[in-house]
Ligand binder design. Structure first.
Ligand code: GEK
Length: 248
């Protein structure tokens, strides 16, 4: 049974900045499921992409792995070859619980976890890197350097799966998408107070870019192609492809 997320249910006199602490880690599966449209579809597709693109003897990195949902999707879909899956998160509470989740499954490929910032992770011999709603928590001025490091660590033909909450470039379009997302959350049982207090908590912590910013930055660091394969309201998932030797 998942623990229900009621972190923002009672009135707070001051809303502190959102942190991935033990309270959040305890309710995380319920929180992300009720807050991110298409979360299960995205995990399913990460599994499909892993089956199609992960190569024998390569590394897969899940940066900002939380409780390991994307790493598990990769592990379950790579039973036909050997690969090393590495989950990274800088929240000790997340990594501690993720260890428990991962060790409760018998997986065809090893998943190794490290508590560190994705900014410090060495990326090498990678056929797939996943940032499933993580880049939005990295300071904006460090995003290009991180993406460049990922690009350099990917093998030719390797992919980055980048899922992000985005901003629409026009104010009225952005409001339309925010309203639809808030309605999605109310439909999933969050109250008006929960929606507004969570929004205030995330304001300084989760800094979103437009799709255009993502696409041009990914191209700038060297990716050959950027494919937006999922969008619902202001939530999107992209696959950035590194040219393989034959196309380069
Ligand atoms: C999933 N991918 O379920 N380095 C490493 N981790 C970080 C950093 C950083 N610098 N900053 C934040 N995080 C998951 C969901 S949640 C998305 C990812 C969300 C971690 C943070 O601790 C948290 O676990 C994760 O990124 C973001 O597929 O809650 O909206």
């Amino acid at each position: 049974m998942q623990k229900p997320d009621n972190i923002f249910a009672s009135h707070m006199t001051t809303v502190s900045d959102f942190r991935f602490d033990e309270h959040v880690a305890d309710v995380f599966p319920d929180m992300i499921q009720r807050s991110v449209p298409g979360y299960q579809t995205i995990l399913h597709t990460i599994g499909e992409l892993a089956r199609a693109r992960v190569t024998e003897g390569s590394n897969v990195y899940d940066l900002g792995c939380s409780l390991g949902a994307a790493s598990l999707a990769v592990a379950r879909n790579t039973d036909h070859l050997f690969c090393q899956i590495t989950g990274i998160d800088n929240s000790p509470a997340m990594i501690e619980r993720c260890e428990r989740v991962i060790s409760s499954f018998h997986l065809p490929n090893p998943v190794t976890l490290h508590c560190e910032s994705a900014l410090d992770t060495k990326i090498e011999n990678a056929s797939m890197v996943i940032m499933n709603f993580t880049l939005q928590f990295i300071p904006p001025e460090q995003r290009e350097t991180l993406l460049s490091k990922i690009f350099n660590g990917l093998n030719p033909g390797g992919i980055l799966v980048l899922s992000e909450k985005i901003q629409h470039p026009s104010e009225q379009g952005n409001h339309l998408l925010i309203d639809l997302h808030h309605q999605f959350k109310r439909n999933n049982g969050y109250s008006e107070l929960e929606v507004s207090q969570k929004r205030a908590a995330l304001e300084n912590v989760m800094l979103t870019d437009t799709y255009q910013t993502h696409e041009s930055r990914l191209k700038k660091v060297g990716f050959e192609d950027v494919v937006m394969w999922f969008k619902c309201y202001n939530f999107t998932s992209m696959v950035a492809i590194k040219a393989d030797g034959d196309n380069a």
